[in-house]
Design a binder for this molecule. Structure first.
Ligand SMILES: Cc1cc2nc3c(=O)[nH]c(=O)nc-3n(C[C@H](O)[C@H](O)[C@H](O)COP(=O)(O)OP(=O)(O)OC[C@H]3O[C@@H](n4cnc5c(N)ncnc54)[C@H](O)[C@@H]3O)c2cc1C
Length: 464
């Protein structure tokens, strides 16, 4: 790919792709496979990859700031990985128990609530019910499910409280799913799980690309002969009978069609002529998201394995969930945690007297101060011997609105959802949420679908 620092002046192409994340890069790749090579990519940031970004540690090893894990269920992503000839490896499957800390009590157990039959049964029961509901909806049209109206009228929390009177079981489901249950509709959660095929599918995030997920970005960039303009946020898209004109602050591109490859809500920053249909506009306005944060705790060795622990950590506070991502040769011990917390959720799980959500976010030291005490709670005093701490915050990232995590309030999916999978004339929508699989694989799949749609439009000369 030829990378230019910025779009300047007027350019023409067959297809314009806006957004250089996995969705946009796969669109470019797939267009080339279809013989369409006059393609221009416009990216707002000064780098490509979107929510995928590698960071090199002092010892030369790579960490992923953003997306990292995959599994065989991510079919579209696997197709891309195969085309690029990259290798996938399983995460270390360590024998042993997990550690769960609840209200200061430490439990070492084979699975969550193995030591608490009543809560374990309630926890399993919630998943059984969710599994039945997942079987009743179509990923392509969740709004047409027989119970869609009913499920979209209530929050996921309303449903949890209705179905289960054990708070710990409800909290455990919320932790697994990483959502603020008070904010999102029941239908949006059932739909999201359906994208994994089943409840079990969600457990299959068990692999990683050996050279890191960022090598997928590198591979797609290296395989392309197109031009990408960085630092070029698109501000306007105008379409007419013959094509589209896409504008940035310093230039324009004219083409047959444009692929907008990012979160649905991000299109709210773009002026469309003519205006978008009311339902798509409503979808853009109401598509909420929240930011993610990732941290790595690096130890000299995976010492928890010597204690019979598998490195899975479940609890409250900042390290709600952690797992062992040590290198295959166990030459060091690495635990990774994600905190897809929202301020509302933080209020409910924050330690008493602890910092406010806003004081933690973006402040690695404040975060570490809380997190390290939690690591000791989980792993004993040895948990304090962190050799390296890496903290990657996405909150406040101007160009990643959702990190692939949707926040759909009651009513949004049934009222505005049907616009999601519909293109508008020569404007094609891509990005993770526009695929039928989830996150990275949804992004890759949306890129494949967008390339096919752009190819069709290239042969259409009259008004579409
Ligand atoms: C911390 C973290 C961990 C994650 N872990 C995983 C994981 O392990 N596995 C997994 O499958 N998924 C994971 N995800 C989710 C996954 O990263 C995303 O779902 C996926 O990368 C989204 O790809 P995308 O191309 O749709 O969007 P993005 O990656 O958001 O790319 C969109 C691009 O469009 C650009 N853009 C936006 N607006 C404009 C504009 N107006 N003009 C020009 N450019 C614009 C943005 O700058 C961005 O580069 C994770 C995400 C985060 C943040």
């Amino acid at each position: 790919m030829r990378i230019e620092t910025r779009l300047d002046g007027e350019v023409t192409a067959d297809v314009i792709v806006v957004g250089g994340g996995i969705a946009g890069l796969v669109t470019v790749h797939e267009l080339a496979r279809r013989g369409i090579t006059d393609v221009v990519l416009l990216e707002a940031r000064d780098r490509l990859g979107g929510c995928v970004e590698g960071v090199t540690r002092e010892n030369g090893r790579l960490l992923q700031r953003g997306a990292e894990f995959t599994g065989a269920f991510q079919h579209a992503l696997m197709r891309v990985i195969d085309h690029l000839g990259l290798e996938v490896e399983k995460l270390p499957r360590v024998e042993g128990d997990l550690v769960r800390v609840e209200n200061g009590q430490r439990h070492v157990e084979a699975w969550p609530f193995a030591s608490d039959d009543e809560t374990g049964a309630a926890y399993g029961g919630l998943y059984e019910k969710l599994g039945e509901m997942v079987g009743q909806i179509s990923v392509a049209e969740p709004w047409n499910a027989p119970s869609a109206a009913e499920w979209d009228a209530i929050t996921f929390e309303d449903w949890l409280v209705r179905e289960c009177d054990i708070p710990a079981a409800r909290e455990a489901v919320a932790l697994d799913l990483g959502y603020d249950t008070h904010e999102v509709s029941l239908l949006s959660i059932v739909w999201w799980i359906a994208k994994y095929g089943s409840i079990q599918g969600m457990d299959e995030f068990d692999s990683r690309v050996v050279t890191g997920m960022s090598s997928v970005v590198d591979g797609l960039v290296a395989a392309s002969e197109n031009v990408a303009y960085l630092n070029s946020p698109v501000t306007a898209v105008a379409q007419d009978a013959d094509g589209v004109t896409v504008s940035t602050a310093s230039g324009t591109v004219r083409a047959s069609s444009v692929v907008l490859a990012f979160d649905p809500g991000m299109a709210g920053r773009i002026a469309f002529t003519p205006e978008l249909p009311a339902q798509r506009a409503a979808l853009i306005r109401q598509w909420g998201g929240f930011h993610d944060c990732k941290a790595y705790f690096v130890y000299d060795r995976p010492f928890w394995r010597e204690q019979g622990l598998n490195g899975t950590l479940r609890g409250q506070s900042v390290v709600e969930f952690g797992m062992d991502v040590s290198p295959t040769d166990a030459s060091e011990g690495v635990l990774c945690m994600r905190r897809p917390l929202t301020p509302g959720r933080w209020e409910r799980v924050a330690p008493e007297g602890g910092p406010a959500f806003d004081d933690l976010v973006g402040d690695a030291d404040a975060f570490f101060a809380v997190a390290i005490e939690q690591m000791v709670e989980y792993l004993g005093e040895e948990g304090r011997n962190v050799r390296e701490f890496h903290y990657f915050e996405w909150e406040g990232d101007e160009w990643s609105q959702t990190c692939g995590l949707n926040r759909l309030a009651p009513g949004v999916l049934t009222s505005a959802g049907p616009a999601l999978f519909e293109n508008v004339g020569r404007i094609i929508f891509a990005g993770a949420q526009h695929g039928f699989e989830d996150t990275l694989s949804g992004a890759a799949e949306s890129g494949e679908l967008a390339a096919a749609a752009a190819e069709r439009l290239l042969s259409v000369t009259e008004e579409v």
